[in-house]
Design a protein around this ligand. Sequence first.
Ligand code: UN1
Length: 511
Amino acid sequence: MNKLLLKLGIEEYNFGVSTGVSWRKTNGVLIDSISPIDNTKIGSVYSAGKDDYGYVMAKATEAFKVWRTIPAPERGEVVRQIGLALRNAKDDLGELVTLEMGKIIQEGLGEVQEMIDICDFAVGQSRLLNGFTMHSERKNHRMYDQYHPLGVVGVITSFNFPVAVWAWNSMVAAIAGNVVVWKPSSKTPLAAIATQKIIQNVLKENGVPEGVFNLIIGPSKEFGDDMLKDRRIPLISLTGSTKVGKHASEIVGARLGKTIMELGGNNAVIVSQHADLSMAIPSIVFGAVGTAGQRCTSTRRVIVHESIYDNVKKSLVGAYKQLGCKIGNPLDGEALIGPLIDGYSVKAFENALQRAVAEGGKVIFGGKSLMGKQYKSKNFVVPAIVEAENYYKIVQEETFAPIVYLIKYKTFEEAIELNNNVPQGLSSSVFTLNMRESEMFLSGVGSDCGIANVNSGTSGAEIGGAFGGEKDTGGGRESGSDSWKAYMRRQTNTINYGNELPLAQGIKFAF
Ligand code: UN1
C-alpha cells in the first residue's frame, strides 16, 4: 500500500459512513476510487444504503440537541483545532486530492489551504454572530434580532473541490450551532474519508458528541432524494450542475426547506482597449486552463474590444503553445494542466467543440485528446481556444472542460450585455484601466453575476467573500462575508418592560 494512503489512514477497503466519532460497517455497493491520472484504482469504499442514512440522521438529530447548547466561541475552539490539524496534514491531503481528482499539486495544496482559511474565518465569526437592535415605536419596549442554530444541514458537494467546499459550508454551519451531514461526490470518496479522519481526532479529543460532523458516501439513487425530502434537514447546501440543482430545489422547495445552491457558471472576462494586457493574458490563461477548466469559476468566454482582438488572440495562442509541454502528471510539480476527471468529461469536451464548429465557430488552438505513454488514461486534452458568437447554443452552456470562446465587441455597453447574456451568473471580470468602464461594470447596470472583479480573473475567489451567483447559478451564497446568516434561524424579539399594552401602528383595541 502506498505510503501516502497509509499516513492518511486510507485502506484498500474503506467504510463510507461516519458519525464523526466512529465508522459504520456498511455493506452497500462498492465504489472504486479511480485516479484520472492513470486510471489505476486507489482504493474502494463500501457505500451507504437507506438504512445507513436513517442511522446517520438519528445520530445527527440527537447531536443537534447538545451541540446547539454549547456556546458559539467554544464551538469555534473546536474549529480552531480542526484548522491546526488540517495545517499538519496539508501536504498529504493536498497530494491525495491531486491523486484522486487530478488537479495539479499546487492546486491540491491550495484547496487544503482554503479549508484552513475558512477555519480561521469561522473561529472569528464564532464571536460575531451578531444581530441588530431596533428602537421600538412603542413606549417601554425593546426590539432586537438574534440568530439561532438551524438544525441538521445537508452538504452535497462535487468532485472538483472534493474537500474545500465541504469546509466552507461545514465550518460556518458548525460555529452557527448546526450539525452537518455531508454527501460528497462518489468520484472522490477517499479525499472525503481522509478529511473526516483528520477531523475525527479533534472531535474525540474535545468530547464533541457523536453526530455533529457526519459523512455519508453513496450513490444519489440510494438515499439522495430521501435527504432532499427529509423535513429534519432545514437547509440543503448543494454544489453541482444546474440540472442537479433544479431537481434538488424542486424537492426541497416543495417542503419549503431552505437551499444554498451553487451551480453552473459561464464566466466571462471583458478585455477592454484600455486593459493592461500583461495582466489580462496570464489571468485569462489561469482562469481557462487551471484545474483543466473544471472550476465553477473557470473562464469560459473572453469578450475582447475589436481594436485589440487580433493582438489578444495572438497572445493567447502564444501562451497556450507554451503550455503544451506542461500538460502531464499533476503530481509532478512541473505540470500546469492535469487530466479531466474521466472519459465522460473528455467526450463532453470533444462534443462541445464539434457543436461549436457546427454552429460556425473556429477552433484556433488545441481541442485534441492526448495519446501516448504518459497519457494512457486518455483523460488528458489540449485546452482549446475557439472563435465564436455569444448566441451559439454551445456558448450558452457550461462545458466543464478547458474551452475558451473568443468574442468581439464594439462598445463597452455591448460588452456588458454579452457578459450578462447567458443563463448563468456566477463570476465575471473586466480588464481595464479606465475608471468609467470599471465603475460601470460594477454598477447596477453592469455585470449581473454574484462575483464581479476588476483587473483580477474570474477564478480563485478568496474565502472571505460571499461565494455564489445569480440566475441558473442558483442564488446561494456560501463561505465568507455574512453568508453565515443563511445557516441560522433568524428571530425578531420584542420585549415590553412597561405596565401598559400599546399596540403597534397605534391601533386601539379597547374592550
Ligand atoms: C468551485 O469551482 O465550485 O473561486 C469553487 C474559485 C475557488 C472555488 C471554486 N475558490 O475558483
